[in-house]
Design a protein around this ligand. Structure first.
Ligand code: ATP
Length: 360
């Protein structure tokens, strides 16, 4: 897809307003388009200065996000790209403004939420993901922070942050990506190729958290988390799942399947009776079950605290050093961000203090 990149001064077209958020290499600000008065969210992404530079992203990486967004537009559950600017230091993606905050924060304000309502939110995520998967695009960083509401107190979901998304190419395995430890699928940890099924695992994690307020694989360290994922070690503890329907548990079980080929696809999920009940019994089961709101609220409170303490779980983006065996499989690899603390050696994960250990 040919992108129209504007190289004129951004401020000739937009008035820059308050900060909306930030990521590892990006700052997102509210902006107002001068000739229409419409508001947008501008994502200012820093470009890497030189090949060996550690700050910023390669130009191609930033433009890949833009390319994917333009291929996906328009869809009611996916953020829309409006404009692209480039200057010496950064690329600016002008995105549709999503003003309703994170879905999970909105839910945490409520007193109760039935599974019927919860399933309708998951349905919207599935519809967005279905649109991506039809185009062979895999998001790879689906997590609660990337599911937002278009407007305050309205229920239309928008999926954001396509920063590590990929368009899968036939006969060309995609391996060099990561994601956020709590949400990644076993094949990502094993450095096997990612597929559309990789997103489905993360939808299982999101649903599990939404229903229970507990995180299925989260350990005390990234290494523990990765081990739990690799062993598919999760339970539906009564403490968290006493009011959860069997239908909802079945939906999650179909997603926590180690073999990506046997995992439920997005179409399977859209047809699952928890999402699309056909019998009155299923409809009633869903209507009568409730999400575990006290536990969900404390999950959100813990997350907010972690964000304030700057120790929230971040997207890991770069596979930096890898060794291959004679069949081309990864024998050992190290995953790190600029201040990353995660390393993988011989398929085993270990925590490391190295803060600038990436070779680019
Ligand atoms: P990460 O390093 O976590 O992958 P990132 O650098 O790719 O992040 P985004 O996740 O796209 O950046 O954006 C950072 C934050 O900015 C988001 O968590 C969100 O709060 C806010 N944000 C992003 N896009 C929008 C938007 N379109 N409208 C409103 N806020 C947005």
């Amino acid at each position: 897809m040919v992108l129209n990149i504007i190289t004129e001064d951004f401020e000739n077209f937009y008035d820059i307003q308050d900060d909306l958020g930030s990521g590892q290499f990006a700052v997102v600000k509210r902006v107002r388009e001068l000739n229409t008065g419409h508001e947008f969210a501008a994502k200012f992404v820093r470009k890497k200065k030189c090949v060996a530079g550690r700050r910023g992203l390669k130009r191609e990486e930033i433009l890949r996000e833009a390319d994917i967004l333009s291929e996906l537009a328009p869809h009611r559950n996916i953020i829309t790209l409006h404009d692209i600017f480039e200057n010496k230091h950064e690329i600016i993606l002008v995105l549709e403004l999503v003003g309703g905050g994170e879905l999970f924060h909105y839910i945490a304000e409520k007193d109760t939420l039935s599974e019927e309502e919860a399933a309708k939110f998951i349905l919207q995520i599935l519809e967005g993901v279905h649109h991506m998967h039809e185009k062979n695009i895999v998001h790879l960083d689906l997590k609660p922070e990337n599911v937002m509401l278009l407007e305050k107190n309205k229920t239309q979901i928008k999926i954001i942050d396509f920063g590590i998304s990929r368009k899968l190419q036939p006969n060309e395995p995609t391996k060099e990506t990561f994601g956020t430890p709590e949400f990644v699928a076993p094949e990502v940890i094993a450095f096997e190729p990612v597929t559309l099924a990789t997103d489905m695992w993360s939808i299982g994690v999101i649903t599990y958290i939404l229903l229970s307020g507990a995180s299925p694989f989260l350990g005390n360290t990234n290494q523990e988390t990765f081990n739990n994922i690799t062993q598919v070690d999760y339970r539906f503890d009564e403490e968290f799942f006493a009011n959860t329907s069997d239908l909802a548990k079945d939906f999650i079980q179909q997603l926590f399947v180690k073999n990506p080929r046997q995992r439920a696809t997005v179409v399977d999920c859209l047809n699952h009776p928890w999402i699309k009940p056909r019998r009155r019994k299923d409809e009633e089961e869903r209507r009568n079950a409730q999400i575990n709101m006290p536990s969900f609220k404390s999950f959100i409170a813990r997350r907010r605290w972690k964000v304030q303490m700057h120790c929230e779980s971040r997207t890991l983006r770069t596979v930096t050093t890898k060794k291959f065996d004679k069949d081309g499989n990864v024998k050992s690899a190290k995953v790190s961000e600029r201040k990353g603390k995660t390393a993988i050696y011989e398929g085993q994960y270990s925590e490391t203090d190295e803060s600038d250990n990436d070779i680019e």
